[in-house]
Design a protein around this ligand. Structure first.
Ligand code: AMP
Length: 565
């Protein structure tokens, strides 16, 4: 007998249930919230005592148990508070690759009511400086690569003597070493943290030139945890009701294990992998950098049960030469999200991982990771849908005037719920533009919802490129190209790319009498922009770019001219 997702959600969220939904005031507005979700992040740390000495973080040959990690978190929390005077609401930035210390820095900051500011690890010096200044961070935790890129900026940023280096081989003035400061033996310092206190500032590239700091609260994050748990629980229940055989657990160790394929400075890695694992006792296997061959090796070695990545990564895994020879039978879920999934991928996942549940989560940094989820049979039947909203999330599809469109028609997707953040750090105008009408967030994605409630993303209203899951503001790249003396006009747009989904493309018109080459442009950008933002296809054009009556460059026409699509 099959049973609908809506029915299962209704059962699981009923009064008295673990996932009970009730209406409570959040910052003054009545909001449908999970009544029993942990009130704040610190509680997840406290509750992790029950996981004791089992591994939480695996990095190369290191295994950090839950207890070991929590002791480091407590040690660093004391350092932040006692040595640097970090208090409630102060910002502590992280510029560290996916090392265990990233995780420690995050938990230590949020556990004392301060705000964690993860910076994009690919950013160059100027971009890192922007993030540090914009957030007003008063302490920086950094590794050598990023310290090197920051160069002599620490002094002017007020961070000399307030920077902690991790895994550092450098001896820099004004930089303390993690190992010299942190005593991993005590308990967390006391702190009073409210569910609606700010916890994080994650940078996201939108339609404006500079990345915006998305301010998330403790409730935003713990709501995402509950959203993930209820959608996984619902899938299991639906599978059982449909008579699916229980997973063959014969060869499976007790502990679930997830491969961390994506950076921790984005919502998927932090909100949907690292944070939930602290609660559920799942092992997080970290990678020095993404590499499909290495991922396959780790899936086999660590008996990985959950794989979550951008669609590109799933594709790379199944097309890798080692795929057939590696044992991937431990996988119980293979999920992709954060960017459009190529057609046919879901069927391939179902075929190649018969014991794993395929999944797709849709969301944004502003929705603290997931808003809708597709999975199991629903996903195989509707492979081009991002699924249905999780229980506390409400959706609207609206036209340019902000009115609901006819059911089934496309329009901008608006999202509301306790996982929706309160706005952008220090940017009241951008906040007012995106967060409207009592808590609705305008996603900038164009979607339609079918009669069964499945959501389909059909286009993007916002001018961004998503390259392998990494959002890029075209405005920012255009501004950087404009800085070149010989440039008259420029337009940056996404060109289809087989592996990455999209790549960054640019059309550049030189000033009269000047000559330009693609190499001159990329050479100019290197060092100013992170490598992932630098266009991999550049056309030097001889005529003005196509414009509309208002004089705005029409990128759709330009793409058609240059790419023929
Ligand atoms: P970010 O804030 O970096 O997480 O990027 C959010 C954007 O990524 C969304 O506005 C979508 O355009 C895109 N996106 C996120 N999840 C999906 C998905 N499952 N399928 C297609 N696009 C997605």
């Amino acid at each position: 007998m099959s049973i609908s997702l809506e029915d299962v959600y209704a059962e699981l969220t009923a009064p008295g249930e673990r996932f009970e939904v009730a209406t409570e005031p959040v910052r003054g507005a009545p909001t449908r919230v999970y009544r029993n979700a942990p009130p704040q992040l610190r509680e997840l740390l406290e509750r992790s005592r029950r996981h004791g000495e089992v591994p939480y973080l695996v990095y190369e040959d290191e295994r950090w148990s839950f207890d070991h990690t929590r002791r480091h978190v407590a040690g660093l929390a004391h350092v932040l508070r006692d040595r640097y005077g970090v208090g409630h609401g102060d910002r502590v930035a992280i510029a560290v690759r996916n090392y265990p210390e990233w995780v420690v820095a995050f938990w230590a900051t949020v556990s004392i009511g301060a705000i964690s500011v993860p910076l994009n690890g690919w950013w160059q010096g100027e971009e890192l400086e922007y993030g540090l200044t914009d957030s007003g961070s008063t302490v920086l935790v950094a590794d050598d690569q990023r310290l090197d890129r920051l160069g002599d900026r620490l002094g002017p940023l007020g961070l000399a003597g307030r920077t902690i280096a991790v895994r550092s081989e450098l001896d820099l003035a004004g930089v303390d070493h993690y190992g010299d400061l942190v005593d991993p033996h005590g308990d967390l310092p006391d702190a009073d943290v409210d569910p609606d206190d700010d916890a994080t500032i994650f940078y996201t590239s939108g339609t404006t030139g500079f990345p915006k700091g998305v301010v998330g609260t403790h409730r935003n994050m713990t709501t995402n945890l509950w959203n993930l748990l209820i959608s996984a629980g619902a899938r299991q229940r639906m599978g059982r009701a449909a008579g699916a055989a229980p997973p063959d657990d014969g060869d499976r160790p007790d502990q679930n294990a997830i491969l961390l394929t994506v950076p921790l400075f984005h919502a998927t890695g932090c909100h949907s992998v690292m944070v939930p694992s602290m609660f559920t006792g799942q092992k997080v296997v970290m990678m020095y950098r993404w590499d499909a061959g290495r991922a396959l090796e780790l899936i086999e070695r660590e008996r990985i049960t959950a794989f979550t990545g951008v669609p590109t990564m799933v594709k790379e895994i199944i097309e890798h030469d080692d795929f057939a020879s590696r044992d991937t039978s431990s996988l119980r879920s293979v999920g992709a999200g954060g960017a459009p999934t190529p057609p046919g991928l879901v069927a391939r996942i179902a075929e190649l991982f018969p014991r794993a549940n395929p999944g797709n989560g849709y969301g944004l940094t502003e929705t603290s990771s997931i808003s809708t989820m597709n999975g199991g049979d629903d996903y195989v039947r509707h492979p081009d849908s991002v699924g249905k909203p999780v229980p506390v999330v409400e959706l609207r599809v609206v036209d340019d005037a902000g009115d609901d469109v006819q059911p089934g028609s496309p329009g901008e997707l608006w999202i509301k719920g306790p996982n929706v953040v309160r706005g952008y750090w220090g940017k009241p105008e951008a906040t007012a533009e995106s967060f409207v009408d009592g808590g609705w967030f305008r996603s900038g994605d164009i979607a339609r919802i079918d009669e069964e409630g499945f959501v389909y993303l059909v286009d993007r209203a916002k001018d961004i490129v998503i390259r392998g899951g990494e959002n890029i503001s075209t405005v920012e790249v255009e501004a950087a190209i404009h800085d070149h003396d010989d440039v008259m006009e420029v337009a940056v747009f996404g060109a289809p790319h087989d592996r990455l989904g999209e790549e960054v493309a640019a059309a550049v018109l030189p000033k009269p009498g000047r000559t330009l080459t693609p190499e001159a442009i990329t050479g100019h950008l290197a060092g100013h922009l992170a490598a992932f933002k630098i266009p991999s296809r550049i056309w030097i054009v001889e005529q003005q770019l196509p414009r509309n009556a208002a004089g705005k460059i029409v990128k759709r026409d330009l793409r058609e001219q240059l790419l023929g699509d």
